[in-house]
Design a protein around this ligand. Structure first.
Ligand SMILES: [Zn+2]
Length: 331
């Protein structure tokens, strides 16, 4: 049984490949953060090495070792705190690729965050993909392929993971995780279809308080002075300088807020994520023009790109603060 919710087309394709034995040397798994790329990669590695019935069975020794990250032939690397995957990382994998497998039928090397491959690393990987060792599959995971060397992407079979429809996610949370309806509804909206995010939010309720503080801060930025905005920018940059993932989360939350403002402006309130802040969204949307909202969303896109290319965090935050419209909001 696949440990993956949704993604039916991809699973059907992988099932067919497993049955026919037609496994690609490399796959590129694309989709937003927390959509389930890593879970799919691990499940596929299990399926390629499963000794049980109904692959991946999740129960056999091989499946369990892979799930626990203890299998010596399923190797996963990522950008880590350096926010980069270097040529040395790829050379190490290349060295391992040339050795015979320790214990498996089919080795799997996972590169989580392939958009962080340096140009040299991507070129080294390209050479390996051009002359692939047998019984080894590379799984490249990326949120966006625009930062990936096109020649690397073209060597991989492309699998695009889709966010779960809201209704499906809500049903899963209620039926499989016994979450009450209103919380399941809020989580399915805030997660934007990314189940991994919703599940991590279920681990405790601190996220509710953290989110309340974050929304109250983000929403107050609209009508505070530029001096206060710069204080905010400096504080966030200092706090998040070496913490890439929280920085991405913050920008995503910002995105969610401004997307909601856009939807509110366009009478699409049914689709908003922050369903419990409808009054504040209405008040803010009423003092902003459609053009101002779209322009700032465009700036947030640039901020996201800047995070991937390791631009200076403080400068990016300050640039956003300058470019955010200043409005007095009456609530
Ligand atoms: Zn198994």
């Amino acid at each position: 049984m696949w440990q993956v919710i949704g993604q039916d087309k991809i699973l059907a394709l992988l099932d067919y490949s497993l049955k026919s034995g037609d496994i690609a040397h490399a796959y590129l798994l694309l989709g937003p953060q927390h959509v389930g790329k890593k879970t799919l990669a691990i499940s596929f590695a299990q399926a390629l090495n499963c000794d049980g019935q109904g692959v991946p069975c999740g129960q056999c020794a091989s499946c369990r070792r892979i799930w626990e990250g203890k299998h010596s032939d399923v190797i996963s690397i990522g950008p880590g705190v350096r926010k980069a995957i270097s040529i040395d990382d790829i050379r190490e994998l290349q060295h391992l690729a040339n050795l015979p497998p320790y214990e498996s039928k089919h080795r799997v090397f996972i590169i989580d965050g392939a958009e962080y491959l340096s140009v040299e690393a991507a070129n080294a990987l390209l050479k390996i993909l051009e002359d692939p060792p047998p019984k080894l599959t590379w799984l490249l995971l990326a949120s966006d392929d625009q930062y990936l060397l096109p020649t690397v992407g073209s060597r991989c079979q492309r699998l695009e993971l889709r966010p779960l429809p809201r209704e499906q996610m809500r049903r899963f949370l209620i039926e499989s995780r016994q979450v009450e309806w209103s919380k399941a509804d809020l989580l399915s909206r805030l997660s934007q279809g990314c189940l991994g995010w919703a599940l991590s939010a279920l681990d405790g309720d601190e996220w509710l308080e953290q989110r309340r503080q974050m929304v109250s801060k983000l929403s107050s930025l609209l009508d505070i002075s530029f001096a206060e905005r710069f204080d905010y920018a400096q504080a966030r940059a200092a706090e998040l300088e070496k913490k890439h993932e929280p920085a991405v989360e913050l920008v995503n939350a910002w995105f969610g807020w401004w997307r909601d403002l856009l939807l509110t402006k366009m009478d699409g309130m049914d689709s908003i994520a922050n369903i419990d802040y409808q009054d504040l969204l209405r008040a803010q949307a009423s003092v902003l023009s459609l053009g101002e909202i779209k322009e700032f969303i465009d700036k947030l896109y640039k901020m996201q790109q800047g995070l991937v290319s390791n631009a200076n965090l403080r400068l990016m935050f300050e640039w956003l603060m300058v470019n955010m419209p200043r409005k007095e909001v009456i609530t």
